[in-house]
Ligand binder design. Sequence first.
Ligand code: SF4
Length: 290
Amino acid sequence: MQDMTDAFLELVRMTSTDLPPDVEDALKLARDRAQPGSAARGALDSILENVSLARQNSTPICQDTGTPLFYVHHPQGWSTRQLREQIRAAVAKATTLAFLRPNAVDTISGKNSGNNLGGEHYPSIHFSEHQMDGLVVDLMLKGGGCENVGAQYSLPHAGLGAGRDLKGVRAAALDTVFRAQGKGCAPGILGVAIGGDRGSSYAASKEALLRKLDDSNPDPTLDDLENTLVEEANQLNIGPMGFGGEATVLGVKIKGLHRLPASYFVSVSYMCWAYRRRRMIVDDGRTRYE
Ligand code: SF4
């Protein structure tokens, strides 16, 4: 197997410094719709200027470069041990080159490892085998502030008056947005998972965030719910960084999971405006990034 450490390093650099075009376009649209002279428009202008400077100078978009989450889809017969070693080497090198801030802190001792490597779960690497010949790797850098305002609900939920149906899911998702106001760096993007157990539900809510902002959910019911939630969240007048206005969320992406009859979880992963995700594709010896 070829050594792809440098290709992984480029994936990390791009993800940390170059916001994907669909996210930048959504931020520009939100800025153009914001009231001229408003604090919300000023915040979006600053965000967009920051995005452009980061790209130009190849410097991180935000001081918190986030938790690295890798999703690796590999062909049959590839060594996941070697892929893991190469990814970890790339993450350590990216930290030395300041594309990543040293973020991995041993929770028990309080010691920062200094290289973004810590135990078997940092960085987080998920492997799955696919039927294609090449390798596809998605990387998401998930900020701490927005991760802190994610939430999980076990329905029914008396406080929200939320039952075990899509109305209940709607109430839970909007409650997350409401509680996140002033934190989590809006405008945000919601990854929502319905069903599963507590663990699989949270994991799926993050996978939902790998979708592009301008795509549609193949399930028409969930697609409707995504659009409704964007519309309703944007009526809460929270706005960019909590300054008010309509740009509270840029998108909502939902995944449905099977569940045990006894449980009905709704998990919401909140992503900040620094929606850093990139894809690397290695096929026929060539590497490209999206
Ligand atoms: S929540 Fe996002 S934008 Fe805000 S500080 Fe964290 S990484 Fe940066």
